[in-house]
Design a protein around this ligand. Structure first.
Ligand SMILES: Cc1ncc(COP(=O)(O)O)c(C=O)c1O
Length: 475
């Protein structure tokens, strides 16, 4: 490890400040925890003591010159980017700023269809003309996942006026694709690659984790440090590599999409998460891998109601996928796991996704005991004939049926499901998690999409569209 990576300048500045016992005549109103509801005081106290604001010595995220700049530079050094920015409003804010900085109104962009809704929100704000690219379907997992250099090349050949390409790497389940080859193709067309690497902040740790797109040709890469590294929720990194990104535009939009009162505990947690990753030793890695082997054994031997998909199925060893056997749905299994205080990351019709941290946290024999209880409950569960919902078919390349500019002039109306087919959707229909839209805003809804949403609802999937049980908004 580079010795400078031992430093945590922002965190240390906060600690030094705390020790000075200063009197606060500034915001925030909790005055370092002295004014606070008694109900939460004990639990919140230690964090409130470092919940500072932009006072002398603590720098300013929006004009970083001191300890925040230093902490960002250390992150950039560790991730081997050209510049790294701290984000306090999640990867969501980084994606919004990224889309706005590479895309002007009316410009065409190539977007992997299985993208997070924040990319779609960014495209709508930018008034872009997206060309959605359907990823390859994987028979063995029943999911659409990565893209190939061939399909990207085809897309760019047909749409050579595109100004950027947006990719998601890895997918929620830890699946990656040949990003290096894809970036080489995109760069032949002189356009930047923006990568939503929300689930890959730990890839910089090296094998057996897949490589990070920072090292594979990505130009602008956004990572949720809070998802797979030990950082506080909403803490993310945005990295720039190379010359293709206009950083003055990027900076401008980061100011728009980020709070003017960024949280110091969040920013310090980024400083500490980078330090954690930089200090991760070979011994830590082998300890983690032994633990993962143990976890895999417990989960795979625990139940005859699921199969643990083999290691090679997910390229990220921190993601484990249970494939639920016939008669049950992933939603049912997840519900029963939760009854026993085992909380998975997400469930789909047939799968349950488990996410592991970077160090052992669970006693394997206790987990085994709990899974036996889960088994007993699953045994009593009525089994249904598995309803396999056909995945709606999407074209290889798809544009919206009406563009964002036109949509902004139209009024939407709410219709019940029986009247939805063939109408243009006025909202993205998003099962959550993973937050990836099944129907896009501006897309003509097919009968298969209607069947698919209704079936997911019947099986217990959650949607962020609160009214979705009854119908949706259409143009
Ligand atoms: C693929 C992907 N991209 C982006 C995001 C948004 O990240 P954040 O929660 O850090 O805003 C998520 C969140 O679940 C995600 O799964």
């Amino acid at each position: 490890m580079n010795p400078s990576q031992n430093k945590t300048p922002l965190y240390e500045a906060l600690l030094n400040f705390k020790e000075k016992n200063s009197y606060s005549f500034h915001v925030p109103g909790h005055k370092f925890g002295t004014v606070f509801s008694e109900s939460g005081k004990e639990l919140f106290q230690s964090i409130l003591e470092v919940d500072a604001t932009e006072i002398t010595g603590l720098d300013d995220l929006h004009a970083a010159k001191g300890v925040i700049k230093e902490a960002q530079e250390l992150a950039s050094q560790f991730f081997e980017s050209d510049d790294t920015y701290f984000l306090v409003n999640g990867t969501t804010s980084g994606i919004l700023a990224a889309v706005m900085s590479v895309c002007r109104p009316g410009e065409k962009v190539i977007v992997q269809r299985n993208c997070h809704k924040s990319i779609l929100h960014g495209l709508e704000l930018a008034g872009a003309q997206p060309v959605f690219l359907m990823p390859d379907y994987e028979e063995d997992t029943g999911r659409y996942s990565g893209v190939t250099a061939k399909i990207i090349n085809e897309a760019l050949k047909q749409h050579s006026d595109a100004s950027a390409v947006f990719l998601t790497y890895p997918d929620y389940f830890g699946r990656v694709f040949d990003m290096k080859e894809v970036c080489e193709v995109v760069h032949n067309y002189q356009v930047p690659v923006v990568v939503d690497e929300a689930h890959g902040v730990h890839f910089k740790l090296g094998p057996p984790f897949p490589p990070s797109s920072i090292d594979l040709g990505g130009d602008l890469i956004i990572q949720s440090a809070h998802k797979m590294a030990p950082a506080m929720t909403m803490a993310s990194f945005l990295h720039v590599k190379g010359e293709k990104i206009d950083q003055s535009r990027l900076n401008y939009y980061l100011q728009i999409f980020q709070s003017s009162s960024p949280s110091y505990p969040l920013m310090a947690s980024l400083d500490l998460a980078r330090h954690y990753l930089a200090s991760f030793s070979q011994a830590d890695k082998s300890n983690l891998l032994t633990y993962i082997d143990g976890l895999r054994k417990v989960w795979s031997e625990a139940s005859r109601y699921w199969d643990l998909l083999p290691g090679g199925y997910s390229d990220d060893p921190l993601k484990l996928t249970l494939e639920v056997r016939a008669g049950l749905s992933g939603f049912q299994v997840a519900e029963i796991l939760e009854d026993h205080h085992l909380y998975p990351e997400l469930a789909t019709e047939k799968q349950v996704l488990l996410t592991i941290g970077l160090a052992p946290t669970i006693h394997l024999h206790k987990l085994h005991e709990r899974l036996e209880e889960v088994n007993c409950q699953l045994k009593k569960q009525p089994k249904n004939a598995t309803i396999s919902v056909d995945q709606p078919q999407f074209p290889k390349f798809q544009t919206l049926d009406i563009d964002y500019a036109e949509m902004s002039l139209k009024s939407a109306k709410f219709v019940e499901w029986s009247y939805v087919a063939n109408r243009i959707c006025a909202e993205a229909i998003v099962p959550y998690p993973p937050g990836i839209p099944l129907i896009l805003k501006g897309e003509r809804v097919s009968k298969e999409q209607v069947t698919s949403v209704k079936s997911l609802l019947r099986q217990g999937a959650s949607f962020q569209n609160v009214h979705v049980e009854r119908g949706i908004w259409v143009f």
